[in-house]
Design a protein around this ligand. Sequence first.
Ligand code: DLZ
Length: 159
Amino acid sequence: MASSLKNLSEYNADNIIDISDKRFAVVVAEWNDNVTTPLAQGAVDTLLKHGAKEENIVYTNVPGTFELSLGAQRFALRHDIDAVVCIGCVIQGETKHNDYINAAVASGLTDVSLKYDKPVVFGVLTPNTLEQALDRAGGKHGNKGDEAAITAIKMLGLY
Ligand code: DLZ
């Protein structure tokens, strides 16, 4: 379903596990930080709302969405991290740069997740415009950061 038809902050909270002892890394791209900052805040707020402890959430920046894969890997390989939430925003430009970044990060995060057998969440917006991004970063379509955090929690339920 397209996210314009869904509020990204709404989710089914059934079967949400106890995450009070789970440790999270939140890796955030600096590019488009007017979008990624509220996305990351949404993710952290949602983790806290569901019982994560503040001291169990580490937060770091990487320059751009392309760098999320390596940033995620630095945390995924650590035994004291249970899940990694990655936040980025790639806005379509005049060239195909966005296509390459999006494809690379989708594949990179999948690889890291499978290699380290832990949730590595794709909290990346790929909008055509800044307005579409802001609509999904706490605007009229909710906050994809909330969705990313809930995804991490639900995936931890598999373990
Ligand atoms: C270069 C670039 C461009 C054009 N656009 C974005 C963007 O919209 N969002 C984003 O997160 N990063 C962008 N970048 C930077 C790349 O992600 C990466 O940091 C650089 O290509 C250096 O590897």
